[in-house]
Design a protein around this ligand. Structure first.
Ligand code: APR
Length: 248
């Protein structure tokens, strides 16, 4: 067997919990509340159509909260996995829009729910990175046509970017290990990727502070804060896989 075949294919499916130790508020935790609004009520096309200023004020607040945040040990562990495994053997599928995986240095990142640092015009489709915090104008307008800009994220009730989702299903099907990290595991279709991987033979390992709806289907659940549990798990697996690869 070639050395390459000895290394497993690993997919990490991440949620807000991986960024929580970096100071990014989660969605369903108490720290996700803003002016007593539930994020699930604001992250919808209906809320934006009704009151774009309010929705943008919330996004501006989130952008201000995220801007100074740095990746933590869990993000960096995924970078190290990518660098250790053979090319193409590691993918990060994320529900997060904070950009911390990319900031840490992960290359193969599939952002299922978009990117909070990109704006998109609802009229002409103009799309651009915009990292200004706070935004000088709320709601912001398109520099090309004057239309309303929106955050380039996926809201409840919207479809996910087709190409990204397609690729996510492909890597999930090919995975030997599916690591589900810091997600409440309640949002579809993201969480179905964990089941796709499991049904195709992957070992399903969950990292969370507490049990989730996925726990009973996981092969292993590792409870604790991800910036501690993930590096510890990886140190063990790296040693094991390196030995296996050398002996092949
Ligand atoms: N270590 C491990 N797990 C953690 C930590 C931590 N330090 N902190 C929080 N968690 C876990 C929580 O226990 C919870 O299960 O992370 C999860 C966060 O859940 P949510 O806030 O629901 O976030 P997420 O699962 O990413 O939400 C999915 O829903 O609102 C939408 O589009 C939004 O992408 C988001 C999606």
């Amino acid at each position: 067997m070639s050395t390459e075949r000895r290394w497993p294919r690993v997919v990490a499916l991440t949620g807000a919990g991986i960024s929580a130790p970096s100071g990014v508020p989660t969605f369903r935790g108490k720290d996700g509340l803003w002016r007593n609004y539930d994020p699930q009520q604001l992250a919808t096309p209906q809320a934006f159509a009704r009151d774009p200023k309010l929705v943008w004020e919330w996004y501006d607040w989130r952008r201000q909260r995220i801007a100074p945040c740095e990746p933590n040990a869990a993000h960096y562990t995924l970078v190290e996995m990518e660098r250790t495994l053979p090319p193409g053997h590691m993918a990060v599928i994320t529900q997060n829009v904070d950009g911390l995986h990319q900031k840490a240095g992960s290359k193969n990142v599939l952002p299922l729910h978009g990117d909070i640092w990109t704006v998109r015009c609802v009229e002409c489709g103009y799309r651009a990175e915009d990292r200004r915090v706070p935004l000088p104008e709320i709601p912001p307008h398109c520099p090309r046509c004057g239309g309303l800009l929106r955050p380039d994220v996926v809201w409840f009730g919207e479809t996910l970017p087709y190409a990204v989702l397609n690729q996510a299903f492909a890597v999930a099907q090919a995975a030997d290990y599916m690591l589900v990290i810091g997600t409440s595991a309640v949002v579809q279709p993201a969480i179905s990727l964990a089941y796709v991987a499991k049904n195709h033979g992957a070992r399903l390992i969950e990292f969370n502070l507490e049990p989730t709806p996925l726990t009973e289907d996981a092969d292993e659940s590792i409870f604790g804060s991800v910036e501690e549990t993930l590096p510890r798990w990886w140190a063990q697996m790296k040693a094991r896989w390196t030995t296996a690869a050398k002996s092949s």
